[in-house]
Design a protein around this ligand. Structure first.
Ligand code: NCD
Length: 316
């Protein structure tokens, strides 16, 4: 996996481990510009470029924000959802062959797959850039880049933060990338709130600790600190459970309600969620000015993905 080191051109985007704060700043400067200037002025950046979207797992925002991003930049897309049933994969075509086919037809492949490591494998096969749009329980780097941008935009910094991340630490790829992302900046502390059985794997826990971030694993509301800068709630990842009874035991163990916000929240924090939510944030919270999951995070997803495509495909 090659590090970004100041240049995104032609690179695969697989993991937050490829980035430094300087790389993220390059991206954020472009996002800022794209948000400020009329979007039409970027409408030729991807002209004559074709972006393939190969999604082996369901998606709403990631798929369509990448699709919209490519089109707003003047590019075109080859879009496949349900790859298993709609391509020759259904006839037994191998993963390698499918990647080679789309490598021949396009300039970049955005891939989502149920297996951890699939995007990395694809990058080894293809000579065109691969962007990881979620690899099983592995990572979801573009989600984290939009999450970091949202935190930066609302709180003005990415260091010295205290955050609460709640839900599925074991299986949540958005969480795995977010912890990596926040580890790049000094003096961040994360409280990881989850049921006991969904704590980070031992491997992940040690991997993250080695990066120097302070992680505090908690299993009840009582241990939520009062001074958090952000709450990042996530869905229990039902599709990763072998036994659905185990899922129902932990589903909705931690829900954001007005009562919880009154007890444990503060007025300057923001409330985040990568979506989809399936009950873990009460609808009443949507009106709260601190909630950014239905507005800013979704909007930033489009701009961050526009900026990523511009930088990777070589023009800005
Ligand atoms: C996430 C994912 O696919 O990992 N969705 C997204 O892209 N925002 C989160 C989830 O499915 O829980």
């Amino acid at each position: 996996m090659s590090r970004i080191k100041g240049s995104f051109v032609g690179k695969d985007i697989i993991s937050l481990d490829q980035f430094t704060p300087d790389d993220i700043k390059i991206l954020f400067d472009l996002v800022k510009r794209m948000k400020k200037v009329r979007i039409d002025s970027f409408s030729k950046i991807l002209s004559r470029k074709i972006v393939s979207l190969l999604f082996f797992e369901p998606s709403s925002r990631t798929f369509f924000s990448f699709s919209a991003a490519a089109k707003k930049l003047g590019g075109q897309t080859l879009e496949v959802q349900n790859v298993q049933t709609s391509l020759s994969v259904a006839k037994g075509e191998t993963f390698d062959d499918t990647i080679r086919v789309f490598e021949a037809y396009s300039d970049c492949i955005i891939i989502r797959h149920p297996e951890k490591g699939a995007a990395f494998l694809a990058a080894g096969i293809s000579s065109i850039p691969i962007i990881n749009a979620g690899d099983g329980i592995g990572e979801h780097p573009t989600q984290t880049l939009l999450d970091l941008y949202t935190i930066y935009e609302k709180l003005g910094k990415l260091n010295g933060l205290t955050g609460v991340i709640a839900g599925d630490m074991l299986n949540g790829r958005t969480v795995h990338s977010l912890i990596r992302g926040l580890s790049l900046y000094p003096k961040n502390t994360l409280y990881l709130l989850s049921p006991n059985e969904l704590k980070l794997s031992k491997d992940d826990y040690h991997h993250f600790l080695n990066k120097g971030i302070k992680l505090i694993e908690i299993t009840s509301y009582e241990n939520i600190p009062l001074n958090a800068n952000f709450w990042y709630w996530t869905r229990i990842q039902k599709e990763r459970f072998k036994n659905l009874n185990d899922y129902y035991k932990v589903k909705n163990k931690f829900i954001i309600s007005n009562e919880l916000l009154r007890k444990k929240g503060n007025k300057n924090m923001i409330i985040m969620h990568p979506l989809p939510r399936v009950g873990e944030i009460e609808l009443a919270i949507d009106q709260d000015p601190r909630a950014v999951y239905l507005n800013l995070q979704i909007q930033n997803g489009l701009f961050v993905r526009m900026a990523i495509l511009s930088l990777v495909l070589g023009k800005s």
